[in-house]
Design a protein around this ligand. Structure first.
Ligand code: 9GP
Length: 830
């Protein structure tokens, strides 16, 4: 009979003819079916973009199958799950990554070619999903890939911004920001889950009520917005497991304020409703500071509240007793942005589940872990109490209560040391009374992680010293990593093939430590030869891109020297530009006969400046002004070129990184928490020119100081150098600054304030005092490049040592030491 569940399932399975097939004919049929019925174009007449859409939908079908299997399996096994809460994800494109992780890249390429299309060309049709600013957001994306690949029962949660990170358009050398309408032509990867919606409340008042003789707090909201789930499948590599990144979008709610429609002002009532959608409309484009803006706070709570409701719903499907919550749930706070989750969990457990404060707090302290990505106190989020109190009145009460109990406990531990008590308090008294979100996260989390060894030590010694002394065991290190699937397999297929050939296996794609096996062949002339060929092909691809985008023709024999990342004073793109001016000046003043000894360079800079960050925008303009001068100087020709790559994003990075010979990671020591760009370059056999900051210190440990170019002040030297100030300004630096000030590159007045940051007596980022050693490191890089075999050996050793910087290692560390979760792998035969 069909009465039983298994009989029903079997019949349905038969009706659907089993799972989708991946042979060439089936793939072609699927693509054409999507052309006709999803994209609604005739199968006899469709263009590349439509072909891409149909292709993406056919891939999505396969992802959905796996995702269903994975979720059903998780449901059956009921393992402890980790919920990764991040306000930002920089996913980039999905097509190539998905088919590679599904193991059907070649089958698709073959199917497409039979339809008259090229896989690569269609892949180029995809826009980037840029729901984040920089390092933190791309890290989240890498970590999702690792969680899926390592079979961890994980969910990612975030916001589905309608406008991602702004598009950077350069006009006359100046950055302009334009909105990123990434959803305009649809997003074939996501699935809207109309049945997964939750009401999220704002404003209103809290009233005390009597419930069975007990007082309890009831929050009567002033506004309710509906959160709708959009699911994005994240396939693992070499596994059927496909996990979900669930992003929330705001929709008008009909749960509240229906009265508004009855007042006669129907139009206005509808328009007000639409405001709900604004909550998830735009990503804040500044990764430096977070002023207490109401919309941002609303976004934070919106995403946190919907996620917690979803997590609790899932828990309740299998459990009724909240004592089991910590055995089934780990909540990872990716920076302070989601830390309202703490107050939200407390609100739900106390006000709705009526567990009582102590029990609820005990549970909260067991489930939360926190990772901080900032280095300096100014980068930490603070929320004005008035703002929080009006938007989330009950949460403010809860945070006050958490703080009260914490401070009382603290007094018992440390006595009445009021300075320390006030530093550690979650509430900051001052002109604007505020909530210190980092303090809230630390007080509740069982684990507080830094993102590199150096950063984790800095947290203990400086930023969170008081907390470290109180709870030393909480403070841990999880050095960042990046995924080799995206950063080698997808972006550098020729290198991927070469590595597999020499290692005799593709196993390194899942087991990245195997890359160390390349060390044995680093001096082998055959490998070196093939390695150089791969680099050349990638440089060719990049050179074509540069020419198409800027009109500048570059020589493939030149060293491609790249610095691509967000534009920040501490990352010192200005130091790079001043170094380029110095190089230009030297070439110009050199005897012509000496010029043959100069190692030709193509300097490539790319990155976005936050829209309100004046100095960063001036750095972009200076780069263009200097490029204009140098690139048009026929006397210098191929010896030096400078190009700025506009609108740097994940897909541009996939093109730039494999083509780089040298890359610069030159932050003022003590300012870069980790840095992850360096790891991607390292994987691609690019040599690093770097300061001893963030994760570079561990890269040096792994590949040896001989295989990269280090320079500059060390972290402990920075304070003293700052005190000394500009007397340390070397002549060469003073000279290049003078050239800028004198208008050698035009825009004299405009660059004045930029020059002041270096020679105005402060030089906070130590460009002057590091200048000489920077030039020495550059000279060492030139020397090494002039010896191709030596350079290639260093390059191979860089890739060979990059395994430690895979996000697989980071995620395994989190899973084992922090989240307490275990792999839950869908059986491949089932
Ligand atoms: O600036 C840090 C960068 O050093 C780190 O590698 C990255 C990932 O941990 O986070 C960056 N921080 C942000 O993107 C925003 O605070």
């Amino acid at each position: 009979s069909l009465g039983s569940d298994s009989a029903k399932a079997e019949r349905m399975f038969r009706l659907m003819d089993g799972f989708l097939k991946n042979d060439s004919i089936s793939l072609q049929q699927d693509i054409l079916r999507h052309v006709e019925y999803t994209v609604a174009r005739s199968r006899f007449n469709f263009d590349d973009f439509e072909a891409y859409q149909a292709l993406a939908h056919s891939v999505r079908d396969r992802l959905i199958e796996r995702s269903h299997d994975t979720q059903l399996y998780f449901k059956r096994k009921d393992p402890k799950r980790v919920y990764f809460l991040s306000f930002e994800y920089l996913m980039g494109r999905s097509l190539s990554n998905s088919v590679i992780n599904l193991g059907i890249r070649d089958q698709y390429a073959d199917a497409l070619s039979q339809l008259g299309f090229e896989f690569e060309v269609l892949a180029e049709q995809e826009g980037d999903a840029a729901l984040g600013n920089g390092g933190l957001a791309r890290l989240s994306a890498c970590q999702m890939d690792s969680m899926a690949t390592l079979d961890y029962p994980a969910w990612g949660y975030g916001l589905r911004y309608e406008y991602g990170l702004f598009r950077q358009v350069i006009l006359d050398g100046f950055q302009h920001e334009q909105p990123d309408f990434w959803l305009n032509f649809g997003n074939p990867w996501e699935t809207e889950r109309v049945h997964v919606t939750y009401p999220v409340k704002f404003y209103g008042v809290v009233e005390e009520e009597n419930l069975n003789g007990e007082k309890c707090n009831v929050w009567i909201p002033g506004e309710v917005v509906e959160a709708v789930a959009y699911d994005n499948p994240i396939p693992g590599y070499g596994t059927r497991n496909t996990i979900t990144l669930r992003l929330w979008a705001g929709k008008p709610s009909d749960q509240h304020d229906m009265e508004a429609y009855n007042t006669g002002d129907y139009i206005n009532a509808v328009v007000c409703r639409q405001k709900a959608e604004n909550i998830s409309s735009v990503l804040y484009p500044d990764d430096r500071s977070f002023q207490g803006k109401e919309l941002r706070l609303k976004q934070q709570y919106f995403f946190v509240s919907a996620s917690i409701q979803d997590i609790i719903r899932r828990f309740r499907e299998a459990h009724s007793n909240f004592d089991e919550f910590p055995e089934k749930v780990a909540l990872q706070l990716n920076d302070t942005h989601p830390s309202l989750a703490i107050a939200e969990v407390m609100r739900v457990l106390v006000d709705k589940e009526h567990l009582g404060w102590n029990k609820a707090w005990d549970i909260a302290c067991k489930i939360f872990s926190f990772t901080i990505h900032a280095v300096i106190a100014e980068g930490l989020e603070k929320i004005p109490v008035d703002l929080l109190g009006s938007l989330l009145p009950r949460h403010l009460q809860i945070i006050y209560e958490i703080n009260f109990k914490f401070v009382e406990e603290l007094k018992k531990r440390i006595g009445l040391d009021y300075n320390r008590l006030s530093r550690m308090s979650i509430i900051e008294e001052g002109a604007v009374k505020s909530i210190r979100m980092a303090n809230l996260a630390i007080v509740c989390s069982h684990s507080v992680n830094g993102v590199s060894k150096v950063h984790s030590e800095l947290l203990k010694a400086k930023l969170f010293k008081d907390f470290y002394e109180l709870w030393p065991e909480k403070f841990q290190c999880k050095t960042n990593g990046v995924t080799q699937r995206r950063w080698i397999v997808v972006s550098n297929p020729s290198l991927c093939a070469l590595i597999s050939k020499w290692l005799g296996t593709e196993a390194w794609i899942r087991d990245v430590d195997l890359l160390t096996g390349l060390r044995a062949y680093a001096a082998d002339p055959d490998l070196q030869q093939e390695w150089m060929m791969v680099k050349k092909v990638n440089k060719m691809r990049l050179a074509e891109y540069i020419e198409a985008m800027s009109g500048v023709k570059v020589s493939l024999d030149a060293m491609f020297d790249v610095q691509t990342k967000r534009i920040h004073e501490y990352k010192r793109q200005l130091l790079n530009i001043l170094g380029i001016i110095h190089r230009y000046d030297c070439i110009k003043n050199m005897e012509k006969s000496q010029r043959s000894k100069v190692v030709p360079r193509v300097c490539i800079i790319g990155g976005k400046a936050a829209p309100g960050y004046e100095i960063a925008k001036k750095i972009i303009k200076l780069c263009h002004a200097v490029a204009e001068k140098i690139n048009n100087d026929t006397d210098v020709g191929d010896l030096l070129k400078l190009v700025f790559i506009p609108d740097y994003n994940v897909s541009v990075a996939e093109l730039v990184i494999p083509g780089a010979d040298l890359s610069q990671h030159i932050s003022t020591a003590g300012h870069e928490a980790s840095g992850t760009g360096s790891m991607k370059f390292l994987m691609n056999g690019c040599l690093l020119l770097a300061t001893e900051d963030g994760s570079t210190v561990e890269i040096v440990e792994e590949i040896g100081a001989d295989n990269l170019f280090l320079f500059g002040a060390k972290i402990h030297e920075v304070p003293k150098l700052r005190e000394e100030g500009s007397p340390k300004m070397p002549l060469q630096c003073a000279r290049v600054i003078r050239m800028v000030r004198d208008g050698y590159f035009g825009f004299k007045d405009y660059f004045e304030s930029l020059c002041d940051t270096v020679d105005g007596g402060k030089d906070f980022y130590l460009l002057g005092s590091d200048f000489e050693s920077y030039l020495e490191a550059q000279a060492a890089a030139d020397k090494a490049f002039a010896d191709p075999n030596k350079w290639t050996q260093m390059s191979i050793l860089s890739t060979a040592g990059s395994g430690r910087f895979s996000s697989d290692r980071t995620i395994r560390d989190y899973a084992e030491k922090t989240w307490g979760i275990e792999p839950c792998r869908f059986p491949s035969d089932g």
